[in-house]
Write a protein that binds this ligand. Sequence first.
Ligand code: C5P
Length: 230
Amino acid sequence: PFFWVIVPAAGVGARMRADRPKQYLELAGRTILEHSLECFLDHPQLKQLVISLSVDDPYWPSLPCADDPRITRANGGKERADSVLSALLKLAELGARPHDWVLVHDAARPNLSRFDLDLLLGELADDAVGGLLAVPARDTLKRIGSDGRVAETVDRSLIWQAYTPQMFRFGALHRALADALVAGAAITDEASAMEWAGLSPRLIEGRADNLKVTRPEDLDWLRQRWSTRG
Ligand code: C5P
């Protein structure tokens, strides 16, 4: 069975303190965004990929993959969830059906492995709701108080970090996200929209190195690692 992919790439990435949005920073001779797309473009079951971009994005048109017939552009929105909803509307135009699988992946997550992608697709193939790649918290976790001191230590055995891709049925995700946005709910990933709708996404344990580039040191770490691999 095929799947659709959405890549929200309309963020500015202020925490990177760079001269351009972080998905356009260089990593091993290409942009972070190109690496983030690669795993899907290499997959035989990909149907179409929709990328949400800022309307005035000057970087995308010069990338080689901008001409790939399997990639369609959508207009990004104010928040990540708006950018994903815009891409879902584009998927409907492209012929997506309610029961089709949609995978949403961050533009700034360039180190997704084919192993993890196939794991997610395989584990969730028969699932009623869908789910996401995630990683158990490794450090001891503290809740911070208003005075900047530790308020309490949180039980980390119950805490996982939400990664992407996140995989849901087109119809259910579209409904959940649209309703949650109208209601003004705080939606920071697709799973939180599904949770808001009363559904319970499955967590599939993935590799911790499928990290989202957020701060300058994340990119330093990836550059270091990629320069030493054969
Ligand atoms: O800022 P953060 O790292 O949480 O963004 C996650 C993803 O959502 C990035 O790929 C970013 O480009 C995207 N995004 C978007 N539209 C926004 C904000 C973020 O597509 N308005």
